[in-house]
Design a protein around this ligand. Structure first.
Ligand code: MSP
Length: 509
């Protein structure tokens, strides 16, 4: 079975910012974890290139929409490369295979009798590309984009969402569909108020896929973009056949998105798929926002942090560590540079880096550049062995739940315990007596084995640092999956270990 993981398809109205990078990092971590579990993974990302917002931005830049899209989508691709994102595919909604899929999908929905012509009036936010429910009709503004809404009055095609009221109500109420749990109620309440048909085309937006048979109408950007999750899976050159999409990894195991676009994914999208006779996503995870000074970081608000600059200055793993270990995925989190530096210095340089460094130095010095050897009955079962076993089970469960903070805390606890173990057993004093050689070897082995497990467990979050950790212990590469190696006692006694080199250099304050 394939595990299909998706990021949102990002609007190309501006270059990528740290908010969109955050979602992608979380998906990358989850994808890496699933691969290490021996699963076949399809990790989808891409860009959403149509709609009025993009059209207007291109005009502002004096570019044709497609030239503008080419520029920004290559910035996204380049950024994901720099961050070592392991996506398997990257979809652009302007690609011909996507357009063909949109037509085939629309045809199915139309044949289900779910397309009707109707009038749409209301307040529209171009930033959200969405009609807003507002009671105040006197120049209302969008709470997210802080911009005035526009009054619209148009004739469009509508999708009969109301027909799927019962099925969607039972879907969103299911405890397995919307995550985290705290977000479920808001969607259930919205659905219970009664679903209204929604417009899936626009009359005056030129930059979109034309609706076949309805002159002057283009597909509403959301109807078009959601389908990108499926077109992304179809390999280039393969025939577009909606009856065969399961061969390519559909349905998605999880759509990871920001909380702002939960309704589109948990309500509209599953109903569209029902109408087309296709399976819906198994899970939707709506994470929180990264804020800066308490305000949502967003392109339209102009308060974004540039992920490329941050990466060049601090490196990918430090930022991955901060964003995933310090902020509860699902809740909002405020980016603070000071806290970022303190946290990575304390966790990665002090707790993990120093532990490995001092222990491997002792090992090389007293055991001839090798992992120590000792006979079977040396010492009692160490606390580190028990704790490592617990940590492995707990961590796998937390990764599965996308609780990256839970993973990090538990692994740091294990590394701290190993530091305490060294301080209590004082191998540097014990080694002074020749009789203690085996016992000292045993202490050191326990700590090095703990470091190996720490390196393995953290590799989905901090892949580069983890690799450095296990290379210090004589591994050439991270194994492709954890099945054989993620257990206690695998580190080979007597194996040669390389010269010590710091796995992570402290960031200057
Ligand atoms: N194009 C649509 C998605 C279509 S999916 C078929 C869209 N794009 S977006 O670029 O505006 O935002 C996409 C996502 O970026 C948000 O839902 C969220 O996942 C992420 N983020 C944007 N700003 C963010 C923060 N400040 N913090 C965290 N993530 C945020 O909506």
């Amino acid at each position: 079975m394939t595990i299909t993981i998706t990021t949102p398809l990002y609007y190309v109205n501006d270059k990528p910012h740290l908010g969109s990078t955050y979602t992608t990092l979380a998906c990358d971590t989850y994808a890496r974890f699933q691969r290490l579990q021996g699963k076949k993974v399809k990790f989808v990302t891409g860009v959403d290139e149509h709609g009025q917002k993009i059209q207007l931005t291109a005009e502002l830049n004096n570019l044709s929409p497609i030239d503008h899209c080419n520029n920004i989508s290559s910035l996204y691709k380049d950024l994901w490369n720099r961050w070592n994102i392991t996506n398997d595919t990257f979809i652009r909604t302007t690609s011909p295979r996507h357009q063909e899929l949109v037509y085939k999908f629309f045809d199915r929905v139309n044949r289900s009798g779910d397309i009707v012509i109707g009038k749409q009036t209301g307040w529209y936010c171009i930033g959200c590309e969405e009609y807003k429910d507002v009671s105040d009709s006197n120049k209302p503004t969008c709470p997210l984009h802080l911009k005035e809404l526009e009054w619209r009055d148009e004739e469009n095609l509508f999708f009969r969402l109301s027909k799927y009221q019962n099925q969607i109500e039972s879907l969103v109420s299911s405890p397995t569909f919307i995550h985290p749990n705290s977000r479920r109620n808001e969607v259930v309440n919205f659905v219970k108020k009664g679903l209204r048909d929604f417009s899936i085309s626009r009359q005056n937006v030129k930059w979109g896929i034309p609706v076949p048979g309805y002159k002057g109408q283009t597909f509403y950007v959301w109807f078009d973009a959601l389908l990108g999750y499926i077109s992304a899976l179809i390999e280039p050159g393969a025939k577009i056949d909606l009856d065969r999409i399961e061969d390519f990894g559909w349905p998605a195991s999880v759509h990871v998105i920001g909380k702002d676009i939960l309704r589109f994914h948990a309500v509209y999208w599953p109903a569209m798929l029902l109408s087309a006779g296709l399976k819906g996503p198994q899970k939707v995870y709506g994470h929180g926002f990264l804020t800066r000074e308490g305000q949502k970081m967003g392109k339209s608000l102009g308060n974004v942090l540039d992920p490329k600059e941050l990466l060049e200055q601090y490196g990918a793993d430090t930022l991955r560590w901060y964003l995933l270990s310090d902020i509860s995925f699902g809740k909002d989190g405020d980016f603070q540079l000071r806290r970022f530096k303190d946290l990575v210095n304390s966790d990665l340089a002090n707790t993990i880096g120093n532990l490995l460094n001092r222990t491997s130095t002792m090992s090389r010095k007293w055991f001839n550049n090798r992992i120590p050897t000792f006979s079977e009955n040396t010492g009692n079962i160490s606390i580190l062995e028990n704790m490592s076993k617990d940590t492995i089970v707990y961590t796998i469960d937390r990764y599965e739940a996308m609780d990256f903070k839970g993973v990090s805390e538990k692994v740091i606890q294990l590394a701290s315990e190993a530091n305490t173990y060294l301080n209590e057993n004082e191998p540097w004093s014990a080694i002074k007596s020749k009789d203690n050689r085996e016992l000292v070897g045993y202490y050191i082995y326990n700590v090095l084995e703990t470091c190996r497990i720490v390196g393995f467990l953290l590799s989905p979050i901090i892949p580069e640092i983890s690799l450095k950790i296990i290379k210090q212990l004589g591994y050439k590469d991270m194994p492709l999956n954890w099945t054989d190696d993620l257990k206690w006692g695998v580190l080979k006694q007597g194996m040669e270990i390389p010269e010590s080199m710091p796995v992570f250099l402290k960031l200057e304050n």
